[in-house]
Design a protein around this ligand. Structure first.
Ligand code: C5P
Length: 227
């Protein structure tokens, strides 16, 4: 069963709150990202009265600093928290150890492998020789082994990652566009139904919901496609 996450990408807390309440009946989770968090901080997260919340902060620093960041965020009780797999085994393990302090209610850690905004040339410029697919697999395996609960991945990577990582790995998938929707700046998209059938645990959808005249109805239509 695939769940729907609405990405509330705005710096305006009242707008985010309005979207959160409108989509709540259809979404199993709400995602607050970097722009919302940098503009509104912990206070802004507390203002969103719908739960659960996914904090997409993509942490990436030395292990001690990331662990401190995770501890600082625990009082907000996020269900999911992101970090960059490129931070390495010790960083991911430190994040997991810090998260364990919250016990059973700890946030699930999702690792970002290769940013989908990096094409082959941009990735090569960063020193990665083997191409995106190989790097996604390498970092995905490393992240899970180090203590991540799952990965943020492109819909086109789901079947490869599922085969490599098994059924327990949470696969959370952005870049989703309902049939006929504006693709915007996302390069390789899938419809909600396609991504669900490919084996995604959660789909992350932003502008097709928040850019709609009726975000509640847009979210409901996508949720209906997930069965
Ligand atoms: O508006 P849209 O549906 O493209 O929003 C997708 C959301 O998922 C945004 O919040 C974006 O930051 C996030 N995301 C992404 N691609 C990734 C990782 C996260 O689009 N690889």
């Amino acid at each position: 069963m695939t769940g729907l996450i609405a990405a509330l990408d705005t710096v305006d807390p009242q707008k985010a709150l309005g979207w959160a309440r409108a989509v709540a009946p259809s979404c199993g989770m709400l995602k607050l990202g970097l722009e919302f968090f940098l503009a509104n901080g912990a206070e802004g997260v507390r203002l969103i009265d719908q739960r659960p919340v996914f904090l997409d902060l993509k942490l990436h620093d030395i292990p001690n600093t990331v662990a401190g960041g995770v501890r600082a965020i625990l009082p907000l009780r996020p269900a999911f928290l992101t970090l960059h797999a490129g931070g390495g085994r010790a960083m991911i393990a430190a994040a997991r150890a810090a998260a364990e302090a919250a016990g059973a209610a700890r946030p699930k850690l999702l690792a970002v492998t290769v940013l989908t905004s990096l094409d082959a040339e941009a990735l090569h410029e960063t020193g990665v020789a083997g191409g995106a697919r190989q790097q996604v697999l390498r970092l995905g395996r490393l992240a899970l082994a180090a203590g991540a609960d799952g990965l943020v991945c492109s819909a086109h990577e789901i079947s490869t990652l599922r085969a490599a990582l098994g059924p327990e790995a949470l696969l959370v998938v952005p870049g989703i566009r309902p049939a006929g929707a504006d693709i915007g700046d996302q390069a390789r998209t899938m419809t909600p139904g396609e991504a669900a059938r490919a084996g995604a645990d959660w789909l992350v959808v932003g502008r097709p919901i928040t850019g709609s005249a009726d975000p509640g109805a847009a979210a409901a239509a996508i949720a209906a496609e997930l069965g």
